[in-house]
Design a binder for this molecule. Structure first.
Ligand code: HEM
Length: 227
């Protein structure tokens, strides 16, 4: 009994830490998005384009901020158990925002392409498609009453939703580690035009390995239930 309480406290602590950790990025994404939408040239920077492409890219930042924050809320099991209405409401907002984020990101890629060129277009494009797929499948199975599938798609959605933040965390860790080792190694493999080997790996590494790991865990879990 005390072990369960300790594990629950640890889980809660982890969630609170994650919630606090994403706030800086959520604020950056939403404020840049809103300022970009109202036409601030400083916020738009090199992403500035036509009204349509601005709508896509800066709109996706606003919705993306909501997605990042609500992914943490939805991963809290105690919220779902104690306040199911909060889980349902926040889940709906998360799914809708994820749909809008994915569509906005994809729309921008189709119109303008990314700074990193074709490989980044594919990496980010696939990311957008997966986000849209998860945003559709998660509520779909909840509405159908298939809660086992709903849970699996929900977990995928949470991972994908945190992907954009994880992308920045990977860069932060890389710069922290390489700059810490030696000044001449600082940021090795990463470049301003995103053409370095580290950049190219990152075009997929912020979501794909995590999703594959999740699939492996889910499959193991399902096999154990069958046996
Ligand atoms: C949680 C979801 C997401 C958030 C919070 C987010 C946030 C951001 C932010 C803030 C930027 C501007 C760069 C910066 O200021 O750091 C950005 C750029 C971008 N995002 Fe997202 N994003 C998300 C999901 C997506 C998805 C799903 C796609 C793809 C469909 C996407 C595609 C892009 C593209 C293409 C750029 C511009 C890349 C370039 O510099 O050329 N994002 N995103």
């Amino acid at each position: 009994m005390p072990r369960v309480t300790f594990a629950a406290a640890l889980g809660l602590l982890g969630l609170v830490a994650l919630f606090v950790a994403v706030q800086g990025f959520v604020w950056h994404s939403m404020s840049r998005g809103v300022l970009g939408l109202v036409g601030s040239s400083e916020a738009q920077g090199r992403l500035a384009g036509s009204a349509l492409s601005n709508g896509y890219i800066f709109g996706h930042m606003v919705f993306g901020g909501v997605v990042t924050m609500l992914a943490v809320v939805q991963s809290a099991g105690f919220v779902r158990r104690r306040w199911p209405i909060v889980h349902r409401l926040s889940g709906r907002v998360l799914a809708l925002s994820a749909l809008m984020t994915g569509l906005g990101g994809l729309g921008y890629i189709l119109l303008r392409g990314t700074i990193g060129g074709p490989i980044m277009n594919v990496g980010f494009g696939l990311y957008g498609i997966l986000m849209i797929l998860c945003a559709i499948q998660t509520p779909r199975y909840a509405m159908a009453g298939d809660y086992a599938r709903h849970r699996r798609w929900g977990l995928r959605l949470i991972l994908v939703a945190l992907g954009s933040w994880i992308y920045r965390v990977h860069y932060g860790l890389w710069y922290g580690a390489t700059c810490g080792i030696a000044p001449e190694l600082c940021g090795v493999g990463a470049s301003a035009d995103f053409s370095g080997p580290f950049d190219i790996i990152q075009m997929f590494a912020f979501y794909l390995p995590y999703l594959l790991l999740l699939e492996w865990i889910l499959r193991r879990h399902m096999n154990r239930q069958v046996m």
